[in-house]
Design a protein around this ligand. Sequence first.
Ligand code: ADP
Ligand code: GN1
Ligand code: MG
Length: 377
Amino acid sequence: MHPFAAMEKQFDPEDEIREVISSFGLSGHEHIRRYGNGHINDTYLLESEDSRQSTDYILQRINRSVFACPEEVAENVWKITQYLRQAVAQEGGDPSRETLTVLESKDRKPYVRDRSGEIWRLVRFIKDSISYEIADTPQLFAASGEAFGHFQYLLRGFDASCLAETIPDFHNTPKRYQRFEEAVSRDAAGRAGGVQEEIEEIRKRSCVCSMLTDQILSGSLRQSVAHNDTKLNNVLFDRETGRPLCVIDLDTVMPGLAAYDFGDSIRFGANHSLEDERDLDRVEFDLHLYEVYAAGFLRGSGAIFGKNELQSLAWGARIITLEQAIRFLTDYLEGDCYYHTDREGQNLDRARVQIKLLNGMEEHFGQMLKIVEDTHA
Ligand code: ADP
Ligand code: GN1
Ligand code: MG
C-alpha cells in the first residue's frame, strides 16, 4: 500500500453536509436524507432523533449550472419571504406555516458557501404538510390555484425591480425556440434523427411562441412579480385540514406575468398523468380541471388583474406548455444536461406528454378563453 493511501480521506457527502449545517449554527440533526422530486436542486431533509422536540429542516444545494449566481437566488428568496411574513401576518395568518422561514448562516447570510464553492440554503421544515405530484381531486387542484393566485395577491405591492433575474429570459419562449433550433442543428447527442416527428410538432407552432412576449414589448401586458414555477408539487397542503398552506420553491420568483404562473400550473396539473408518463393514452388535457383551477386562481388573487391580463391566462397555458415541450426536447437533444433524469429517454417522454397536452388545449381553446371570462364576470 502506498504510504499516503491510509491518510487519504474518503469523500463523504454526509461529512460535507454536516459542515454546512454547522455553518448555519445547527447541531443535533442526526438523520440526513434526500427528499422531494425536484428536477434541479438537491434537497435533503434534516431530522433530529426526537422530532417532537426540535425543528426539522430542508437543506438545499442550489444548482450552479442552472443558476449562474446562486447567491442571488438565495438573496431573492430572503427578500420575498421577509415581505411575505409581514403580508401574511397582516391578514391574520401564521407566517411560520404560510411562508418559508429561511435561516441565516453564522455570518448572517441567507446561504452558506461550502469549500467547493457550492451554495446551500436552509429553511424550516413545515410539519404536518404534504405536497402532491398529481391532483387526486378537482378540489385539491382548485386549492392549489387559490394558493398561487393568493401568492400574486400578497406580492402585488412588492417592488419586482429589487429582485435579481436569476435565470435571464426564463420564460422568453421565442428565445427558447431559437435555442431549440440550435440544438437540432448541433445534434450533440446524435438523437435528432430519432425524433423528427416531435421536432416537427414544435416547428409547426413556432409562430405562436411570441404571443406573450409581443404583448410585453407593445406594453399591453405589464410584468410584475411571478413565481414562474407553479407546479402542483410547489404548494404544501395542511395534512389535517387539506387546505393549501404555503407556496414553496421560490428560486425563480422574478419579474414575470400572471399568465406564466397560471399556465405552468395548468400544463402540469390539468391532466391525470405524471409529467414523464410513457403511455400517452393516459395523458389528456382535462378541461374541467382547467375550469376549477381558474376559479381557484381568480378567487385567490382577488381583483388584481386587468382585462388584458385576464385574457392572457388561457394563452399562458398554451405558451408555457409549448415552451416546456421545447425545453424538454432541447435537453433530450443536448444529452440530458439540464433536468435530473433517472432513466433513458425520460426527457423525450416528458416532451411527448407536453405535446399531447398542447393538442388538447388547442382543441378546446375557445372554451378555455370563455371559462376565464365567465369565471371572472
Ligand atoms: P426543487 O427545486 O428541487 O423542486 P422544492 O423546494 O420544491 O425543490 O422541494 C422539494 C420538495 O420538498 C417539495 O415538493 C416538498 O415536498 C418538500 N419541501 C420543500 N420545502 C419544504 C418545507 N419547508 N417544509 C416541508 N416540505 C418541504
Ligand atoms: C424545474 O425544480 P423544479 O422541478 O420545481 C424547472 C421548471 C420546469 C420544471 C418541469 C429552475 O422545476 O422551470 O417547469 O422543472 N426549474 C428550473 O418539471 O428550470
Ligand atoms: Mg419544487
